[in-house]
Design a protein around this ligand. Structure first.
Ligand code: BG6
Length: 516
């Protein structure tokens, strides 16, 4: 840890916000409760919330899924899952406290009678745990069920808010698979629900460093004045993964990287980096600005798609000495799959702040390194002063917001190398989250569950944001559908994507950042 100044000590011991507020009473109903998401993220996140004393004592969970479990069997399963996936050593008393609040209903997402049984269980649980009739539905299911579930929750009265009781529904991603389906889904669920009941999740917003983009931009006097086309040359957003599709071949092959990552995760990073200052941190104020900036992204014509968007699929290769199979040999993937596992694109935001600044986005699976970051490259300083020195190039300043696996911010600038001659070396100033704030065991879902239960929609997506994201992606989907890829696989596992990904940035005289 670096030496602490007095102010930093104050930051670290800042108690001004007081202890976190507890959620109010409610029952959380998890649709798809026997799936991976519940085991790996939702239940460990509930445990962490309980550990930080942020969950009301008047709280219970009802799991709903098609597997034939009894409540006892479900408790046992979730206990084992918690032991496997908790983010720290499990406290047996707290685990017991949570397990005692777990119930299970076996049923089908499309069968009315199952919902009637769910309603009965909910009424009993409500009475036993004094949860005040507040229900927090979490749809951790395939999106094909979203509309039916909402319909049935509506027609069985479970989604109705009355007598001060609230009903909120979380939708896991993907929300639609193109603009038309997202619009249709929004229309369908709005027949039953009001927007204030709808929580469209994007787990990137649960990441501290993603939320920090707004704080970094708007709580510091020195960055915002230069956060525009006069000072910024271009922006690179990278979400690189070393993992392949793991056990999700079936889902992934239908979706592909463009749908899976771009209109949601990459556009969250893009919109937070580029939006205008909101008038407050209220959800509507933040969402207004995010939607506005996504609408300002210049739509790609079919011609643009051919030049400014690149897709790739990994073949076999090697990462960290490990031989890895091609995408087409992954379980659940057809041997002639034409689905992309890599996407790169060049976008332009045509407004007063960003006119002329290219935004390069890339994301893919089985790339050389795991790294999620936003790199802001500033314009180069004029060279005139260094003309008669051995300096033959000046590197532009670069500010990098590191999101994963490291969390922090670094700034590259030029400094004089020691010696009689004027030489410039590139040096970096690094801020590392954990050095200053330590680390807290976290799945990334705690804040999202907490905000959902307390009714704060800021970290969720509003209908128009989701639709604006699909509006940008739709022309690419259309062109790619009409022109299937000719040469797939086109990059080996362990590379940084296909060669064409370099072309879209090199053409402007820029280069992808080398991520070590
Ligand atoms: C999910 C995608 O939403 O995000 C996955 O469906 C992807 O394909 C994952 O691997 C990446 O999330 P993170 O938090 O690991 O960057």
């Amino acid at each position: 840890m670096p030496p602490l100044t007095k102010e930093l000590e104050e930051i670290q011991t800042d108690q001004s916000a007081g202890p976190p507020r507890q959620t109010g009473p409610c029952v959380m109903v998890i649709f798809g409760a026997t799936g991976d998401l519940t085991a790996r993220k939702l239940f460990p996140a509930l445990y962490n919330l309980a550990k930080s004393n942020m969950l009301s004592r008047e709280f219970a969970v009802v799991g709903f899924a098609k597997n034939e479990y009894s409540t006892d069997e479900f408790r046992k399963l979730m206990g084992q899952n918690l032991d496997n996936f908790a983010t720290e050593k499990v406290d047996p008393d707290l685990k017991e406290w949570l397990l005692k609040r777990l119930y299970y209903v076996s049923g089908s997402f499309t069968d009315r009678e199952s919902y009637q049984r769910l309603a009965q269980t909910l009424a009993e649980v409500d009475k036993n745990h004094n949860t005040h009739g507040n229900y927090f539905f979490y749809l951790a299911t395939s999106p094909v069920f979203f509309a039916d579930i909402v319909d049935l929750l509506g027609s069985t009265g479970l989604a109705v808010e009355k007598d001060g009781q609230w009903r909120r529904i979380v939708f896991e991603k993907p929300f639609g698979n193109d603009l038309e389906s997202a619009r249709h889904l929004n229309e369908q669920i709005k027949k039953t629900l009001s927007e204030h009941q709808i929580f469209r999740i994007d787990h990137y917003l649960g990441k501290e460093t993603v939320q920090n983009i707004l704080v970094f931009r708007f709580s510091n006097g020195i960055f915002e004045p230069i956060w525009n086309h006069r000072f910024i040359d271009h922006v690179q957003i990278t979400v690189a993964e070393t993992v392949g599709v793991e056990k999700r071949g079936g889902y992934f092959d239908m979706a592909g990287t463009l749908r899976d990552m771009v209109p949601n995760h990459l556009f969250q990073l893009l919109s937070l980096t580029t939006m205008e200052p909101p008038i407050s941190f209220s959800s509507d104020a933040v969402h207004d600005e995010q939607a506005k900036i996504l609408h300002a992204v210049q739509p790609l014509s079919a011609e643009d798609v051919l030049h400014c968007a690149v897709r790739g699929q990994y073949g076999e290769g090697e990462i960290n000495g490990e031989r890895l199979p091609a995408y087409r040999s992954e379980p659940g993937v057809p041997p002639d799959s034409k689905t992309e596992t890599f996407v790169a694109m060049r976008l332009v935001i045509d407004n007063w702040r960003w006119a002329g600044v290219p935004f390069y986005l890339r994301t893919g699976k089985r790339l050389a390194r795991r790294a999620t970051e936003v790199a802001i490259q500033f314009k180069r300083a004029p060279f005139v002063l260094f003309r008669d020195t051995p300096v033959n190039s000046l590197k532009p300043n670069q500010l990098v917001i590191h999101i994963a696996p490291d969390e922090g911010i670094s700034l590259r600038f030029g400094a004089k190398r020691p010696g009689a001659q004027v030489r410039v070396g590139s040096v970096e100033m690094d801020f590392n989250y954990s050095d200053y704030f330590g680390t807290t065991p976290n799945t990334g879902y705690e804040i999202l569950l907490y905000d959902g239960i307390t009714g704060d929609q800021t970290l969720f997506q509003r209908a128009d944001m989701v639709e604006a994201g699909w509006t940008v992606v739709d022309p690419i989907l259309d062109v790619w559908k009409a022109l299937p890829p000719r040469i797939f696989p086109n990059y080996p596992a362990g590379a940084w994507g296909p060669k064409e990904a370099d072309d879209i940035i090199n053409r402007d005289g820029n280069y992808w950042r080398k991520i070590q």
